[in-house]
Design a protein around this ligand. Sequence first.
Ligand SMILES: NC(=O)c1ccc[n+]([C@@H]2O[C@H](COP(=O)([O-])OP(=O)(O)OC[C@H]3O[C@@H](n4cnc5c(N)ncnc54)[C@H](OP(=O)(O)O)[C@@H]3O)[C@@H](O)[C@H]2O)c1
Length: 272
Amino acid sequence: MNICFHKTYQRAFGTFPLTGEVLTQAVRAAAKVGYRAFDTAQMYGNEGDTGVALAATGIARDDLCITTKVHPDNFSESLFLPSVEKSLKDLKVADVDVLLLHWPPIDGDIAPSLRLLQKALEAGLTRNIGVSNYTVQMMREATQIVDGPIVTNQIEFHPLLNQDKLLAVATETGIPLSSYSSVARGEVFKHAIFAEIGTGYGKSAAQIVLRWILQKGVALNTMSTNPVNIAANFEIMDFTLSSIDMARIEAMTATGFRIVGKGLVPWAPDWD
Ligand SMILES: NC(=O)c1ccc[n+]([C@@H]2O[C@H](COP(=O)([O-])OP(=O)(O)OC[C@H]3O[C@@H](n4cnc5c(N)ncnc54)[C@H](OP(=O)(O)O)[C@@H]3O)[C@@H](O)[C@H]2O)c1
C-alpha cells in the first residue's frame, strides 16, 4: 500500500507561511503527536527549512508523506524538471510522495504543465502526481490528458464555502479532494455553531470543523504554530459527527466566505 493513503496521512500538516525556527518547532510538535504527512511548495520559500525540520524529527523517509508543489513560473520545458530537482535537493530527499501543480496556468491551458508533471513522475522524481486549485472543467480535462491516477486536487475547503460541484466531480473523475485553509484561517471561530456542536462531543470548534471535512471525504491540510492546536487538529479520529450535525454544519456553507480569490493570487481561475 502506498503510505500516503493510510488514514494517518489523511491529516497533513501544512507549512505555509512558516520558516526557520518557527517551522522547525511546529514540525517537531506535529511529528510528536503523530503527523506523518507534510505539505510544502516552491512558492512558500521554505522547502529547505522543511527538509531540515523533517530530518530533525528522525522519522524514517518511508514513514513520511511529503507533498510539494511546482510554482506556475516553472511551467516550461526548460524550468519544470530542474525546479523539481531543486525542490528535492532542498527537501533532502530522492523523491517526493506527491508532486502537485500549485495553480492552473494563467492562460488556462492545462495540458502542457500536466504533461511536464507526468514527465516528473516517469523520471522518478515523485511517487504520485496531483493538482491544486483546479476547477470542475479542469478536473475533467485533466483525466483526458494524464495517463494514470491524479491523487488529489488540493483546494480551499471549509464549512463556510460550498464546494459541492467539486465534490461531485471528484466522484465522477476519481480525483480525490484535499483541503487547505481548513479552519478558514480562523474565520470559522466567528460562528458559534461549531463550538456549540463541539460541547456535545467534548471537542473544540476546530475539531468539529476538521472532522466535518474528513466526513465529507476530503483529506486535510492544517497549519498551526501552537502545540495545543497542533495536537487538537490531529485528535479527530475518536468521534463521528451525526448526520444531523453534519447537516447543521452543511447549512453554514451558504455563508460563501472565500479566502483565496483573484485579488490574492494572479493565477486564481474563475471558481465554480
Ligand atoms: N494549495 C494552495 O494553494 C494552498 C493555499 C493555502 C494554503 N495551503 C496549505 O494549507 C495549509 C493550511 O492552510 P492555511 O494556513 O491557509 O489555513 P488554516 O489552516 O485554515 O489556518 C491556519 C491558522 O489557523 C489557526 N489555527 C489552526 N488550528 C487552530 C485551532 N485548533 N484553534 C485555533 N486556531 C487554529 C492557526 O493559528 P495558530 O498558529 O495560532 O494555531 C493559523 O493562524 C498551509 O499551511 C499550506 O500548506 C495550500
